[in-house]
Ligand binder design. Structure first.
Ligand SMILES: Nc1ncnc2c1ncn2[C@@H]1O[C@H](COP(=O)(O)OP(=O)(O)OP(=O)(O)O)[C@@H](O)[C@H]1O
Ligand SMILES: [Mg+2]
Length: 241
């Protein structure tokens, strides 16, 4: 498997406060990698900085190319895309128009292929294509945010808390889509507080605490780690035994 994303010794600061410290990670082609960690660990900061929203000290390369000088839209053009934590949809625009925004600067033929792909993955969005985004359910809004990102046919999708505020059954559907994306050749970097669901779908995982990665490995092994179980999976008894 070849490496798609490589982050080496990344630091991100808000003024004097270093929110991300010496973080290194890789995501390979056809891989789902998750970053789990508590509130305020620095997960959103890290994803945003990889996307180019904040300056990052260290190295980010995508498909072997150094991203340092590239603006956000150039990173998108290379195949890197972020679905932000708060989805950032245009509430007063309908589903179709929100998706169209994800096809910005694309030829009509490419956009048509994008619509077909997104509507195949999310038939609900097709049914509701004329509905205003602001009136969609939480799960539908998450689908729309993912769909908009997929319009540009990314090679890698970074998802920030896709399960936030959603009922378990909806979360399961979202995670099924994540697995399907890997089958289609899209890698996923998944940030989650819902560690249990994330570790189930992911190939590898990093555990983040106070801006640093404290543990990483195969998702199946991280899921059975005693410390992880105690802190993130809600099995207090695992720590006690
Ligand atoms: N714009 C900002 N200015 C200053 N500090 C910030 C800013 N955004 C985040 N921080 C701080 O950086 C730290 C990391 O925040 P971040 O949002 O990256 O964490 P997170 O792991 O995504 O948390 P959550 O799980 O709650 O989404 C926190 O201490 C937060 O208060
Ligand atoms: Mg966050």
């Amino acid at each position: 498997m070849s490496t798609l994303l490589e982050v080496a010794d990344a630091h991100v600061s808000y003024g004097k406060v270093e929110a991300v410290r010496s973080v290194s990670l890789t995501v390979a082609e056809n891989e789902i990698v998750t970053i789990i960690g508590a509130n305020g660990a620095g997960k959103t900061t890290l994803l945003s900085a990889i996307m180019g929203v904040f300056p990052l000290k260290g190295r980010v390369s995508f498909l072997g190319e150094d991203m340092a000088r590239l603006e956000i839209e150039d990173r998108v053009a290379r195949g890197l895309c972020l679905v932000p934590e708060h989805r950032e949809l245009f509430a007063t625009m309908n589903v179709e128009d929100n998706l169209q925004l994800g096809a910005f600067r694309m030829s009509k033929a490419h956009a048509a292929r994008g619509f077909e792909h997104v509507y195949t993955l999310f038939p609900k969005l097709k049914e509701r294509r004329k509905q205003l985004a602001g009136t969609l359910s939480g799960g539908e809004q998450q689908m729309l945010a993912m769909g908009r990102a997929l319009m540009g046919a990314p090679k890698m999708l970074m998802l920030d808390e896709p399960s936030l505020g959603l009922a378990p059954i909806i979360v399961a559907g979202i995670f099924e889509i994540v697995a399907k994306l890997r089958e289609e050749g899209v890698s996923v970097l998944l940030v989650e507080q819902n560690a249990k669901a994330a570790l189930k779908v992911a190939d590898r995982a990093y555990v983040m605490e106070l801006g640093e990665f404290v543990l990483n490995g195969k998702a199946s092994e991280i899921a059975t780690d005693q410390r992880v179980a105690a802190s993130y999976l809600g099995f207090a008894e695992a720590a006690a035994s």
